[in-house]
Design a protein around this ligand. Structure first.
Ligand code: AMP
Length: 113
């Protein structure tokens, strides 16, 4: 089932887009948990990490490569950042369209609460 992220992909609702190509979109999180909080998503609708298939391997790899590119462009690559993908209820997933959170700009605690 489509989510709000499909509406962002289709430009039906606005987002602060920081990167876009044919397969990937990245935009700022509406409720940032760090000075830099960006979501990197595939345009393909994949609800959860559990739904990733072998054929998606390159696409999922591109999420990492896009995160790396954004980190460099926004100049927090050397200082550091965290990549997170939440899955289902215990993981804290609230939007069922896989997305990689990029969190940066402050010291992040570990382990997560
Ligand atoms: P998760 O809880 O891992 O599923 O992450 C979903 C994220 O999407 C949350 O951090 C939300 O703040 C973010 N989010 C929800 N709606 C929007 C929106 N319209 N634009 C940008 N970010 C959103």
């Amino acid at each position: 089932m489509s989510t709000i992220f499909t509406k962002i992909i289709q430009k039906e609702i606005p987002a602060d887009i920081v990167y876009e190509d044919d397969e990937i979109l990245a935009f700022r999180d509406i409720s940032p948990q760090a000075p830099e909080h960006i979501l990197v998503i595939p345009k393909k609708e994949i609800p959860t990490v559990n739904d990733i298939e072998d054929a998606d391997a390159i696409l999922v790899g591109k999420l990492f490569l896009t995160a790396k590119k954004i980190a460099k462009e926004l100049a927090f690559d050397e200082k550091g950042y965290r990549l997170v993908m939440n899955c289902n209820e215990d993981g804290g997933q609230t939007v069922n369209h896989i997305h990689m959170h990029i969190l940066a700009g402050r010291q992040l605690s570990w382990p997560p609460g």
